[in-house]
Ligand binder design. Structure first.
Ligand code: AMP
Ligand code: MG
Length: 350
């Protein structure tokens, strides 16, 4: 079905319009500090169905509930434990999602039939105003077609969802560029399910003992229990195959130069520092300086999307990761997205 998608600006009038559309059961893409979210009233079953259809998202992949006041947590759960309270006191509003047991009144279609609910209080002022004006918490998964890189600008949402959703509010480019850190409080020891801008170190400054879920670093075996359904799906993939090259600058550049002799249509997705060593004529795109993970986060999804506009056969991404020795930091968060974009296809030259 083709919808006449409204394009809204980031001003008071259009924020009210976005809320009116949401109140009447529409779905609207809104900016947040992480990525753009595709919002709907969490209690409107038909609106939530529209989200799954517009994104082509599997129904068992649950949605995060977005609130604009910490007290709203008490409408969603009876188990707001002290550890979770202390953590959000420090990091909300912000890029942190907590998972708690859900109240009966939280609809099953937003939780993928799980007994738990994911909750976030975004820091983005426009997102906060839209939630407040709408008067109910909003579910808001990333506003991309399922499987594609998450959207960090109006143009990305337009590319994936124009004519499929009721409106897009243009709030410019997202500051962080990666989705929120997700931490579950369903077990005795809290479990980090998705790395993001709020790091393991940040969390452990409040909660000393946490578990890092296996899915953060590696592909789950078929018989392993999936705690976060989103982690089992193909994610973040552009059109061309992505291969990660875990390597020093020298080995990466040699690898790329040799590959080019066999196939002139490869793309080097590299660090700024590699550029001066890559042979003329080789197609390249940089995703930031090697040790600036804020810049890499902000650029990553845009760069993955930009590769779709270049005629290429394969994408060779430079990474430099002794990942298992590291703390779960922003570098891990970037790696977590890249390794999924690559379908866990990594060549180690270290
Ligand atoms: P997205 O909305 O695209 O940022 O994805 C939301 C992520 O949160 C997915 O990976 C989901 O699997 C995860 N998630 C949401 N709700 C739950 C939940 N109740 N339990 C575990 N993971 C969840
Ligand atoms: Mg997503």
């Amino acid at each position: 079905m083709s919808i006449n998608t409204k394009y809204l600006k980031n001003n008071t009038q259009d924020i009210i319009t976005a809320s009116e559309i949401l109140k009447s059961g529409g779905i609207v893409a809104i900016p947040t500090e992480t990525v753009y979210g595709l919002a709907a009233d969490m209690y409107n079953t038909q609106a939530v169905d529209k989200i799954f259809r517009a994104k082509n998202r599997p129904n068992d992949n649950p949605l995060i509930v977005h609130i604009c006041d910490i007290n709203q947590v008490y409408n969603l759960t009876d188990d707001f434990c002290v550890q979770a309270q202390e953590l959000v006191k420090k990091y909300w509003p912000g890029p942190l999602t907590i998972i708690l047991n859900k109240k009966k009144s939280v609809p099953n279609n937003i939780t993928g039939n799980l007994d738990s609910v994911a909750i976030r209080f975004p820091a983005h002022k426009t997102a906060q105003k839209i939630i407040k004006h709408t008067g109910v918490p909003l579910v808001a998964p990333s506003a991309n077609s399922s499987g594609k890189p998450s959207p960090t600008s109006f143009e990305h949402v337009l590319h994936d969802l124009d004519h499929k959703i009721d409106a897009i509010l243009d709030g410019g480019t997202c500051d962080i560029g990666l989705e929120s850190t997700v931490i579950s409080f369903l077990e005795k020891t809290p479990r980090l399910l998705r790395p993001g801008f709020i790091t393991q170190e940040n969390i452990q400054s409040i909660i000393p003992e946490i578990i890092i879920d296996n899915s953060v670093y590696s592909k789950l075996d078929n018989n392993q229990k999936v705690i976060s359904p989103g982690t089992k799906y193909k994610h973040y993939a552009p059109k061309s195959p992505v291969i990660l090259i875990n390597s020093s600058t020298e080995n990466y550049v040699n690898f790329i130069n040799q590959k080019y002799n066999q196939d002139q249509n490869i793309l080097a997705m590299c660090f700024d520092e590699d550029l001066k060593y890559i042979k003329n004529n080789i197609k390249y795109i940089s995703y930031g300086p090697e040790n600036n993970f804020e810049t890499q986060s902000r650029n990553l999804f845009k760069i993955l999307r930009d590769t779709e506009n270049i005629d290429i056969s394969e994408i060779y991404v430079h990474i430099n990761n002794n990942i298992n020795n590291n703390f779960c930091d922003l570098k891990t968060a970037v790696y977590n997205r890249l390794v999924r974009a690559a379908g866990f296809n990594i060549i180690n030259l270290i």
